[in-house]
Write a protein that binds this ligand. Sequence first.
Ligand SMILES: *Cc1c(COP(=O)(O)O)cnc(C)c1O
Length: 545
Amino acid sequence: MNHEEYPLNVATPRSFTYVTRDIPRVTAAQRERALKATHYNEFAFPAGMLTVDMLSDSGTTAMTDVQWSAMFLGDESYGRNKGYYVLLDALRDCFERGNDQKHVIDLVRTNCKDIDRMMDELYLCEYEGGLFNGGAAQMERPNTFILPQGRAAEAVLFELVRKILGQRHPGKVFTIPSNGHFDTTEGNIKQMGSIPRNLYNKELLWEVPEGGTYEKNPFKGNMDTEKLEELIVKLGPENVPLVYTTITNNTVCGQPVSLANLRESSRIAHKYGIPFMLDAARWAENAYFIKVNEEGCADKSIAEIAKEMFACCDGFTASLKKDGHANMGGILAFRDRGLFWKNFSDFNEDGTVKNDVGIQLKVKQISCYGNDSYGGMSGRDIMALAAGLYECQNFDYLDQRVKQCEYLAQGFYKAGVKGVVLPAGGHGVYINMDEFFDNKRAPESFAGQGFSIELIRRYGIRTAELGNYSMEYDLKTPEQKAEVCNVVRFAINRSQLTQEHMDYVIAAVKALYEDRESIPNVRIVKGHDLPMRHFHAFLETYPNE
Ligand SMILES: *Cc1c(COP(=O)(O)O)cnc(C)c1O
């Protein structure tokens, strides 16, 4: 973003800070004591002892003043709080209306007292046929479920899918392919007794061209659609209940998925009568990459691109703690009377509905998270989320965010660190640990986790290993093993970190890279086979011989 009239070759600042938080001074010896006391499990390491926390960008966003002020408008009523209407309509605005948005949030912001207007524009609007029914249609055919976070949406969805498929085909095992399932998505799928498959194109990932800029394929998160069709034909479409695409592809280095690829995956799924679902945690960052890199999209707004992305799907789950959203939120939605609804509802002979999948989902939502008006969220969080949905459509915000990731990635690359994935993803930077360690460490040595632990111990920087350890390489079948991407992720919290933080992280990783021989390996001493073990396993480090 530059002033067009008098161009400069630096970015124009787009925000400034009113609230700051001090970072404590902590010694390596103090961190070592804490690491030992928490069994080297990074998730259990006290955040208050870190210098830069890059474990996750989930719910860690620094909210804007507009979001903080929206929280004051939060309505904590038990039934149909104002925020419920505002949130559902913000979702319609963002995912279905393109540039033709209604912004009913402004009625609440301006304290509209015209009750007829509030009824006509907010409380009693009827919507059907899309992803977010409204009014009586949402009561008759519920298709939108507010939940506290993404994995809650996944758990509600996959548990019901398992129940329905289990009743129809007892004992049968199903496969759910994706361009790259997130760890909790894999965990939820496995717990429902199905098999997750990750069909991204692995070769594309490792190839870093001369000079560190990637021109050949900016959409490295794409589904390998040939593999997808092969798999469906091999297993038989009746054994593939859903096809998933994650945007952006978090476990595959936060890389984006092109519109063309979304359309092709959707076409293949539909050819075999399979619903096409999105895991849409970072829809805005994905739309940014489409705008910047996909042919014919440069002149479209983020909202227009989002409309085209969501037009491909029969339903989606999303963590709304990512992108520029808010600190809390999740959603599950499916197209009214669409393929998901048809495949998972039961019908009478005369075509009338016997068992509506939306009503069954709502039963689960109510029994776990409260009624559909709030789904486990406070009214204040709902308002902050609705405001955040509008803010993450802002191109300048997204541009700055993606460029901050790229700054960190280029910093590693220029410092000579091997294995950096370029260009960076939309929410963080990933280092391929196989390359980092010159392919010298065995997969079961979990050296990537050793790297993460050592980065905490020496420099107080916490990252997330999303490779052989967290993705359970040692527990996978040979074909699944080939689908593990052995990476460590440096997630960047939104609007929170400055260039100073990035420079500190670059210097630390450079120093650790140069001393990589001394990075320990890791063994799991407890919780080896637990679901999503990286959240609870006890670890030990041992020197690399
Ligand atoms: C974070 C994330 C989830 C899980 O969402 P939570 O809100 O953390 O529960 C699911 N899928 C993807 C792609 C994610 O990044």
